[in-house]
Design a protein around this ligand. Structure first.
Ligand code: ZN
Length: 84
């Protein structure tokens, strides 16, 4: 009787967990001021360019799709707001 080999998988699947350091990237710019809506709006993040210093992302207003900001990830942390 050697049923134990079938009962137990060879390895355990580790539980899912989020990387603690990734939180800041995901949630740093969920809302930005939209000049068209005249208030802070939730934004959509879109990859715009891949630059040597990092990936450039564009933030679009989720309601009217106006570009409300952009940023280069990795090299700089700041968000440059687009001014009309
Ligand atoms: Zn808007």
């Amino acid at each position: 009787m050697n049923n134990e080999q079938r009962m137990h998988p060879p390895y355990r699947v580790p539980p899912r967990r989020r990387k603690p350091s990734a939180q800041y990237d995901q949630f740093e710019a969920t809302e930005l001021y939209c000049p068209k809506c005249r208030q802070a709006m939730p934004v959509r993040k879109r990859l715009l360019l891949v630059l040597p210093e990092g990936d450039k992302y564009e933030y679009l207003c989720a309601a009217c799709l106006t570009t409300v900001g952009d940023k280069i990830e990795k090299a700089t942390e700041g968000i440059g707001l687009v001014r009309p």
